[in-house]
Design a protein around this ligand. Structure first.
Ligand code: ADP
Ligand code: MG
Length: 299
């Protein structure tokens, strides 16, 4: 079996992610967490969402996950109008999204293998498929030899690699990452970024919220900057900051890449998107909500 994370897209043009004047006001909040945000993300893009704490990054990702609903405006993801997506169809919709968090959120009593396999078992995949797919994806993230470890037997960077493997083993079209390097040192973070870069290179659209100036500057990808819920910058090949808080010091100590390993990705022989059919009778509720809480509060 060959497993590639992400894949070529269906020939028809589909909207990957489109926000049209989207606002989000929480019931308890006074100012909008997001204010009239308009943005389109094309298939295969790698986009950084940057901005100070409280600027609306996690809210943006939660809206894409349909964990929150927009207060105003339109959100289309993978051809779906999320405002019209019924709650019943949300679990099937979410199968197209992988999610990675700052705090990894692994199941502490399960091995590395079983943490990844769990994401497939809840989808009803066969054990034969799991037997092939899990080692492949663990190889992809550079953890081929750690299948039987428990999370507490791994470094933080390795735990995050497991979390990424779990997020992508189901070949999502979109990977959402909320400060995935927030708990990691710079060298380990660089290794995680290599993994995310490879996943993106294989066709998965990546949207990553981060505070990490060095990473954003190093990657030279599209940068969308939020400030108090407003998109104040959207720049291809951008740097972390220009307008909101110009940065005067540049971190020269950054480019150590001790744990970076080039990771080979083989071609996939299937498409992630045709697997998504919200009208399909098999799109029954499978609750992945243990993965679905994006934000600062722990599970
Ligand atoms: P970031 O991820 O950039 O730190 P958030 O999206 O978490 O930003 O928060 C944006 C704003 O929305 C903040 O003012 C925050 O306090 C508020 N907020 C976030 N989640 C909730 C919530 N569940 N209820 C009320 N206010 C919230
Ligand atoms: Mg956040």
């Amino acid at each position: 079996m060959s497993l590639r994370v992400g894949a070529r897209l269906a020939p028809r043009v589909i909207t990957m992610i489109r926000f049209e004047t989207v606002s989000k006001v929480y019931r308890s909040g006074n100012r909008p967490a997001l204010h009239e945000a308009t943005l389109e993300v094309k298939p295969g893009e790698f986009v950084f969402l940057v901005g100070a704490s409280g600027s609306g990054k996690s809210s943006f990702l939660r809206l894409i996950l349909r964990e929150e609903r927009a207060s105003a405006g339109l959100i289309h993801v993978l051809g779906q109008d999320l405002g019209r997506l019924s709650n019943r169809k949300v679990p099937a919709y979410r199968r197209n999204l992988g999610v990675v968090f700052q705090d990894f959120r692994l199941l502490p009593t399960k091995t590395v293998f079983d943490n990844v396999a769990f994401a497939l078992r809840v989808l009803g995949q066969s054990e034969a498929y799991i037997h092939d797919a899990v080692p492949e994806v663990l190889g992809l993230v550079g953890l081929g030899n750690k299948e039987n470890r428990l999370p507490h037997e791994l470094s933080g960077g390795e735990q995050q690699r497991v979390a990424i493997a779990r997020a992508v083993v189901n070949k999502p079209a979109i990977l959402l990452a909320d400060e995935p390097t927030g708990n990691l040192d710079p060298a380990t973070s660089a290794g995680i970024m290599d993994v995310l870069r490879n996943i993106n290179a294989a066709g998965t659209t990546v949207l990553m919220a981060t505070h990490d100036t060095a990473i954003v500057n190093d990657m030279k990808r599209r940068v969308v900057e939020l400030s108090e819920g407003r998109i104040i910058r959207d720049e291809a090949g951008g740097q972390y900051q220009t307008r909101a808080n110009p940065i005067v010091t540049v971190d020269d100590s950054y480019p150590t890449r001790a744990d970076s390993q080039p990771i080979a990705i083989e071609p996939l022989d299937f498409d992630p998107i045709p697997a998504f059919d919200p009208m399909s009778p098999t799109s029954e509720a499978i609750d992945l909500s243990y993965l679905d809480r994006i934000g600062d509060e722990p599970l």
